[in-house]
Ligand binder design. Structure first.
Ligand SMILES: Cc1ncc(COP(=O)(O)O)c(C=O)c1O
Length: 482
């Protein structure tokens, strides 16, 4: 066998094809607005267009890229379309994409400080910047007792927070012996489903996750929380953790963190604040009200991969006491021992999250923050909120539509007055049209449409067109069903 034979891409080919891919992405962004937002394919359609067997001989890169355009693109729902108003956004931007590309190109593993010092130190630095940018308490910064780390998702951040809360409550014995079925955690009945998953994974069991009732604005009721904790203690259980949400997924409700925080302090419970999407709003001083009471939290997370122009995945997770988190997650096999770790002078982020390996994700955040500057980021976040607020005003003024709840930021929950069936069919027709993509929730037992404005390139004309389309389809539909 020839020792010199190589199938690798040469540097020259990499340059040529790399440029082709960047051009492809730029073309995609130029045309994405005209593509049907929600993919129109049938289940199995994409797979049936792919060869049943892998190629035994390598193929031309041009052929691969052509198949992306012809076979893959039709099966995409275009999260980067300015007409994407569904769920919460997962927005991206040029600097983030290029930072991510560079991270792939460098291909470093930042599990230990020693395995790539810049990967760790840039992350610590950028997360400290972000703490200042959001006006977070100094206790969450690395020069205090806390610090921030990039996790893949808010789900992982909540799980790590729950694990740390569990260990603090049991003096680290559940790590040793497992859980005994008596630990209890609390969140509102509007919290994200990732909390239920975390309770399962952390060994509490989902029956030991209490979902506390909410007020008429869908925010957690502190009195109900306090009552539940008391009754659990009386039953011999061990409360350990509360998760408050700043911006619930259904309706963007903001839990009363000051009151919840006081209860947690009195009861000695770990308080985690999940601000997955809405945390980004705190870049703007006028929206910092969302973080009222945050100084009482033990941990906090928000996702730049939702609303801060940083492509998936990127969740920023902060703790006030890094020692507890590290003690909860640390294991040190012989093969990871090194002088820097033993010196105690460095951060090893492997101890701050579940996986060992980690990508150089702070590069894309650094690129985003440096490209936009704080003012640039504020400008676009303010614009999204303004557009959503205009939409909310149009809904309020329309005869046949109503707001389901007040819209505090960039999510508007609304309904046609014709009832659940009308709203369900309206949503289906709007999404089938390909012109926009909205999703739904149920509030007050009524089917409710959600319009979330947070896509990077959404402008006034897109929101205006969406509202026109919603009204037109509703009118047509209600007319024809008469
Ligand atoms: C409030 C809230 N928390 C957590 C999550 C989960 O986010 P991730 O996909 O980063 O785990 C979401 C997702 O929309 C969310 O809205």
């Amino acid at each position: 066998m020839s020792q010199d034979k190589s199938y690798h891409m040469t540097p020259g080919e990499f340059r040529r094809y790399g440029r082709a891919v960047v051009d492809w992405i730029a073309d995609y962004y130029e045309q994405v607005e005209s593509l049907p937002v929600l993919s129109q394919v049938e289940p199995g359609q994409i797979r049936s267009s792919l060869p049943p067997k892998p190629p035994s001989q390598g193929e031309d890169f041009e052929a691969i890229l052509k198949d992306v355009s012809e076979l893959i693109l039709p099966g995409l729902t275009h999260w980067q379309s300015p007409n994407f108003f569904a769920f919460f956004p997962a927005n991206a931007s040029g600097p983030a994409i290029l930072g991510d590309l560079l991270s792939s190109g460098l291909g470093v593993q930042g599990m230990l400080w020693a395995t790539s010092p810049a990967c760790t130190e840039l992350e610590t630095h950028v997360l400290d910047w972000l703490a200042d940018m959001l006006g977070l308490p100094v206790k969450f910064k690395s020069d205090a007792a806390g610090g921030g780390v990039i996790q893949n998702t808010a789900s992982s951040a909540s799980l790590c927070a729950l694990l740390a809360g569990r260990e603090r409550a049991t003096n680290f014995t559940s790590n040793e012996r497992g859980c005994d079925g008596r630990l209890v955690a609390y969140t509102s009945n509007q919290a994200h489903s990732s909390l239920e998953k975390a309770a399962k994974i952390a060994g509490l069991g989902c029956q030991n996750l209490r979902t506390i009732e909410v007020d008429e604005g869908y925010a957690m009721r502190p009195d109900a929380l306090a009552r539940q904790i008391k009754s659990d203690r009386e039953a011999g259980l061990v409360p350990c953790f509360v998760c408050a949400t700043v911006g619930t997924t259904s309706s963007n409700a903001i839990d009363p963190v000051p009151e919840i925080g006081r209860i947690c302090q009195e009861e000695g419970l770990w308080l985690h604040v999940d601000a997955a999407m809405s945390g980004t709003a705190a870049l703007c001083p006028e929206f910092r009200f969302i973080h009222e009471g945050i100084e009482l939290a033990d941990s906090y997370c928000f996702n730049p991969h939702k609303w801060m122009f940083t492509n998936f995945d990127c969740d920023c997770f902060y703790v006030a006491d890094r020692a507890t988190l590290i003690k909860t997650l640390s294991v040190l096999p012989e093969y990871l021992r090194n002088k820097a770790t033993e010196s105690g002078a460095v951060i090893d982020y492997r101890d701050w999250h579940i996986p060992l390996g980690r990508r150089f994700r702070s590069l894309k955040l650094w690129f985003v923050i440096r490209h936009y500057g704080v003012e640039g980021l504020r400008h676009h976040v303010r614009r999204h909120v303004e557009l959503a607020q205009s939409f909310a005003t149009w809904v309020k003024e329309a005869d046949r539509f109503e707001l389901a709840v007040p819209a505090p930021l960039n999510l508007v929950c609304f309904r046609h007055v014709g009832g659940d069936d009308v709203n369900r069919k309206l949503l289906e027709r709007l999404n089938q049209s390909g012109e926009l993509y909205l999703t739904h929730t149920v509030l007050d037992e009524r089917y409710t449409l959600r319009m979330c404005v947070g896509q990077t390139h959404t402008e006034a004309r897109h929101v205006e067109a969406a509202w026109r389309q919603i009204r037109d389809v509703a009118e047509e539909f209600v007319e024809t069903s008469r």
